[in-house]
Design a protein around this ligand. Structure first.
Ligand code: FE2
Length: 344
């Protein structure tokens, strides 16, 4: 195998290949037929034959065989032009060059093609009756404080309208789930996450809430608003070309953990949010959309835990939701049934 140093010098690469051939002759395939589009042995057949003969890993072979099959079918179905192929290559090259640690254009592209949501659906099947899941997105952090139920997650001065979230964690039998932790993270009233502020000193609008022994919990905070995904790169151009916008519907992210239960990562959306039906990353499942109410009685604000002068805008948004978790065993049963079905 040529070293990195050798790869930079064509003369050294040639020498390395000749040296290698002195010790081992790679397996070759007899070229018995030309592969032509108008024959019964196309380039697709030849690529698949080559991989089948040489690839040692069964899963790699399965994935690439299917990928080649679909890619070639796509090119034939659309009669892909060379100019379109060149444009696609330039687009993907740009996606690679413009990706950073904080903005991966390939992940964004996968999200906007609905692939991320599909892979999540395939990998986290839920028994009927359980809360649906969705992707966590890029704004989760590990440093959120662990807090008792009833805490406030918003630091004083956080932009936005007051909100209280009142929830419970139950199982499929309707029983309270014990020792549940609800990891919450959300944007503020400007649609901005704390880590997007350059002067962030400590976590804001996020926390790990410990549920009460009966599975109930609440937290006070700020009503999040819609925000755009990064659209200054190729993924933004992709959305624009398709007549789509980059704005995510308002939402709160949750990850729920409890002993014996399958971990759930999801997000909830208020029904009044714009962009629910045109969410760019296809995470707005209908079952996750919640109808909020408003509390305008200032006496009730104190009962809900808000301090004097804390409520702004003359109302508190009340957001209620009952999460339903499957046990680990119930999820394994769904996975086994699905695997069985895919073999048939
Ligand atoms: Fe988000």
């Amino acid at each position: 195998m040529a070293s990195e140093q050798q790869m930079k010098n064509p003369l050294l690469v040639g020498r390395a290949i000749r040296a290698q051939l002195e010790h081992e002759v790679p397996q070759d395939l007899p070229l018995e037929r030309d592969f032509r589009e108008d024959s019964d042995y196309t380039i697709t057949d030849h690529v698949q034959e080559l991989h089948k003969s040489l690839c040692k890993d069964p899963r790699t072979l399965e994935l690439i065989t299917s990928l080649v099959s679909h890619l070639h079918a796509f090119a034939r179905e659309t009669q892909l032009t060379h100019a379109e192929w060149t444009k696609a290559v330039k687009f993907l090259t740009r996606a690679g060059k413009e990706s950073t640690d904080y903005k991966n254009e390939f992940v964004l592209l996968s999200d906007c093609l609905g692939l991320s949501a599909l892979v999540d659906e395939i990998n986290h099947p839920k028994p009927p009756g359980c809360t649906d899941g969705c992707e966590p997105g890029p704004f989760y952090t590990e440093d959120a404080p662990t807090l008792p139920s009833g805490s406030s997650l918003a630091k004083p001065g956080t932009t936005g309208e007051s909100m209280i979230f009142i929830g419970s964690v139950k199982n499929l039998k309707g029983e309270s789930v014990k020792d549940a932790t609800i990891d919450v993270w959300q944007a503020d009233g400007d649609g901005v996450y704390d880590i997007q502020y350059p002067d962030r000193e400590e976590p804001n609008d996020r926390g790990k809430i410990l549920a009460n022994p009966d599975g109930t919990f609440s937290y006070r905070g700020i009503l999040p608003t819609a925000y755009p995904i990064p659209s200054d790169g190729p993924t933004g151009d992709f959305l624009h070309a398709l007549g789509r916008h980059p704005h995510r519907a308002s939402h709160i992210h949750f990850t729920l953990k409890a002993p014996g239960y399958d971990e759930l990562t999801t997000a909830l959306y208020p029904s009044h949010s714009p962009f629910l039906g045109t969410d760019p990353v296809f995470a707005t499942k209908k079952s996750l959309i919640c109808q909020l109410t408003e509390e305008r009685d200032s006496k009730r604000w104190a009962e809900l835990g808000f301090k004097e002068g804390e409520v702004r805008g003359g109302r508190v948004w009340v957001w209620k939701y009952d999460f339903v978790l499957p046990t680990i065993e119930q999820v394994e049963q769904v996975k086994a049934a699905r695997a069985q079905k895919s073999k048939q």
